[in-house]
Design a protein. Structure first.
Length: 212
C-alpha cells in the first residue's frame, strides 16, 4: 500500500471510530430516556469485557456471574448520572472496577473469619486457571502451559495483594490497559497507578521466588 492509500485507510478507520462513538452516544441517550432495547444493545457491546474482568477477579464462576449482574444493575440504576465527560467505555469499566474492588475488600475481611480449604482437598473444585485458561490465554498465552501446582502458587500470590494492587495488576496485564486509562477508571492519577503496579509486581516476585 502506498502512502496515499495508507493515509486514506487511516482516515477511514478514524471516521469509522467517530461514527461508532456517535452511535453509542445516541444509544446512551436513548437508554437514559428509558429505551430498553437501547440499553440491551449497550449491555451486548460490553458484556464480554465485563464478564472477563469479573472472571479474572474471582475464582468461582458463580461469584463472577453475581458480580456481572451486580455491575450491570448498577449501570442501569446510575445511567442517568452519566454526563458524557468521559467515554462510556471508561465509565462502565469504572463501575465494574468499583464493584470488583468492593468484592475483594469483603473477601479480605472474611479471611480472618474462616480458614481456607486445604490446597490438596479432594473436594476442592477445579483450579481457577484450569477453568479460565481460555479467557486469559489471549492476554497471556504462556498461562496455557501452567500446571495446577503452579496455578495454586500464583493464585495465592494474587490473593496476597491488596484489592487496589490486584485490580491494577489485572487491568494492566490481563486487560492490556494503559496506566492513564486505569487511573481514569479508578479515579486516581497515573503516578498512583504506577506505584500500585510496582508494589504488586514486587510482592508477586517475592511470593513466587523459587517456584518452578
Amino acid at each position: 500500500m502506498n502512502a496515499m492509500g495508507m493515509s486514506a485507510a487511516l482516515d477511514g478507520a478514524g471516521a469509522q471510530r467517530a461514527v461508532q462513538k456517535a452511535d453509542e452516544q445516541v444509544l446512551v441517550r436513548q437508554a437514559q430516556a428509558g429505551n430498553r432495547p437501547a440499553f440491551e444493545e449497550l449491555v451486548r457491546r460490553y458484556d464480554r469485557d465485563v464478564l472477563r474482568l469479573a472472571l479474572n477477579m474471582v475464582r468461582g464462576t458463580e461469584d463472577a456471574r453475581d458480580l456481572y449482574q451486580e455491575i450491570f444493575l448498577k449501570v442501569y440504576r446510575n445511567l442517568s448520572r452519566f454526563r458524557f465527560e468521559c467515554s462510556f467505555y471508561t465509565w462502565i469499566y469504572r463501575v465494574a472496577t468499583n464493584v470488583c474492588l468492593d468484592h475483594l475488600r469483603r473477601k479480605n475481611t472474611r479471611k480472618e473469619e474462616q480458614a481456607p480449604p486445604p490446597a490438596d482437598s479432594e473436594s476442592a473444585g477445579p483450579d481457577f486457571f484450569d477453568r479460565q485458561v481460555e479467557q486469559r490465554a489471549a492476554a497471556n498465552p504462556e498461562r496455557r502451559f501452567l500446571g495446577q501446582e503452579l496455578g495454586r502458587h500464583i493464585n495465592a500470590a494474587l490473593d496476597g495483594l491488596s484489592p487496589r494492587e490486584r485490580m491494577v495488576f489485572e487491568l494492566k496485564h490481563y486487560e492490556g490497559l494503559r496506566l492513564r486509562v486505569i487511573g481514569d477508571m479508578l479515579g486516581t492519577s497515573e503516578e498512583t497507578v504506577k506505584n500500585s503496579l510496582f508494589r504488586a509486581t514486587r510482592k508477586l516476585r517475592a511470593s513466587l521466588d523459587g517456584v518452578r
